[in-house]
Design a protein around this ligand. Structure first.
Ligand SMILES: C[S@@+](CC[C@H](N)C(=O)[O-])C[C@H]1O[C@@H](n2cnc3c(N)ncnc32)[C@H](O)[C@@H]1O
Length: 183
């Protein structure tokens, strides 16, 4: 059985290398932040966002416990404000929508800020960059986010970005992801 979130890393790898700048737009407990930090190494930079103080604390601890390179900036703010914090191009951006595993399920990513954040990520994207967005249609807000993202992303010119969707078509409530690649 395909593990979509493992597969998702295989798509990121060809776009990132040591020294690159990348962003984790939904830090949570820091698993993606750690992976990105390890990929770009001491000379790279990782910006990570979350609106919950609990996520910042837990990610900070997780990164230290795992001896992550000191290349990360943990930002306690909405990803919708990403351009106020990131003043350079990014090679990769990762969104893992939904709520913090083991946390308060009512604090989930929301349609309006998600759309603004994805627009910001696209504007920040460098040449040959990638944005991956994992969507969880198993809860109501996740279904709406997935549909609105589809509407927005499918309008973007294919001469500007290559945008694809990966989903298990006979399991409609399983997570799926959108992949945005710059030329
Ligand atoms: C599914 S979790 C992310 C899991 C994370 N990738 C990990 O490795 O643990 C989604 C996270 O998005 C955060 N979030 C919700 N709204 C947000 C927003 N507007 N800006 C940034 N983060 C947000 C939630 O607080 C939650 O921690």
């Amino acid at each position: 059985m395909i593990d979509l979130l493992t597969l998702h890393k295989q798509f990121l790898l060809p776009h990132i290398k040591e020294g690159d700048t990348v962003a984790d737009f939904t830090m949570g407990n820091g698993h993606d932040t750690l992976w990105l930090s390890q990929q770009v190494g001491e000379n790279g930079k990782v910006y990570a966002f979350d609106i919950q103080a609990q996520a910042i604390e837990s990610t900070s601890k997780f990164l230290e416990e795992n001896s992550a390179p000191k290349n990360y900036t943990l930002i306690h703010d909405s990803h919708a404000n990403a351009k106020e914090h990131i003043k350079e191009k990014i090679k990769a951006g990762v969104f893992n929508l939904g709520y913090l595993p083991g946390g308060d399920k009512s604090i989930t990513t929301k349609r309006d800020s998600t759309l603004l954040a994805v627009e910001a990520a696209i504007e920040l994207l460098d040449k040959d960059g990638i944005v991956l967005i994992a969507v969880y249609p198993g809860h109501d807000e996740g279904t709406v986010e997935g549909n609105l993202l589809y509407e927005m992303l499918s309008q973007i010119s294919r001469f500007k970005l290559c945008i694809s969707q990966f989903k298990i078509i006979n399991s409609p409530t399983s997570p799926f992801f959108y992949m945005i690649e710059s030329k």
